[in-house]
Write a protein that binds this ligand. Structure first.
Ligand code: ATP
Ligand code: ZN
Length: 210
């Protein structure tokens, strides 16, 4: 039996469940259950918050997980990635108030930037030779500039309309992300074989979709 953690409810959930089903794996899921067992493959599915998935896979509480690269890299475990899944593509971008001028990322020197991704943003800014004060907030990042909490934000850009509605404009792409399959790095031989079978099926599903 191998354990796979997926997001309980959110933007990854439906595509994750569809992928497992398209791999020919049957299971019954109900929105209030925290786990379920497949009926025709030795797989147990755990339903968790996406932010918790990298840590659980790193620690071996779950053997496998499906999570966005943004969350995986921010958690500090990029090496757990074993397969790109091609859905939930999005980007982390820097945005500033539309009323502000902007020439280059150097304009952010010394500024206050609100984000839920301090690790990814910190590395990006260091690479650009820019020093800024990062303020980590967990939600509603896009309102920070209009209420005077920050000069800029770094967040997932869903649609231009969210930015527009908050008087913001996108100025730099910091990170591109998609959903990935991740795996614990000390799987038993038996679990490694199950992972190989799953990856084989996932690759076939992706080829069939193209
Ligand atoms: P949870 O309650 O599990 O913590 P959440 O609110 O943190 O959920 P969601 O908004 O459901 O997370 O997003 C989950 C992931 O989906 C993101 O981390 C990102 O990888 C991806 N994602 C976010 N926004 C988009 C988008 N507009 N388009 C495609 N993928 C996205
Ligand atoms: Zn989350």
């Amino acid at each position: 039996m191998i354990r796979l953690a997926i997001q309980k409810s959110g933007r990854l959930s439906e595509d994750s469940l569809n992928l497992i089903r398209e791999c020919g794996i049957s299971f019954v899921s109900s929105s209030y259950k925290l786990k379920t067992e497949a009926t025709n493959f030795p797989l147990e599915i755990l339903f968790l918050r996406d932010d918790d998935i990298p840590g659980y896979v790193q620690d071996g509480v779950a053997d496998l997980g499906i999570v966005g690269q943004n969350v995986l890299v921010e958690a500090g475990f990029p090496d757990l990635e074993v397969e790109k899944l091609g859905f939930s593509k999005c980007r982390l971008s820097l945005a500033i108030l539309r009323s502000e001028g902007y020439d280059s990322v150097a304009d952010l020197q010394g500024k206050n930037i609100a984000t839920s991704y301090p690790q990814i943003l910190g590395r990006y800014l260091a690479g650009q030779g820019v020093q800024a004060q990062l303020h980590t907030i967990s939600g509603s990042v896009e309102i920070a500039p209009s209420i005077g909490l920050a000069d800029a934000i770094c967040d997932i850009v869903s649609s231009g309309s969210t930015l527009l509605g908050n008087g913001l404009r996108e100025v730099e792409t910091v990170f591109r992300s998609e959903a990935v399959l991740i795996a614990n790095q000390q799987l038993s031989a038996e679990k490694q074989e199950l992972l190989n079978q799953l990856q084989f099926r996932m690759q076939a599903v992706r080829r069939a979709r193209r």
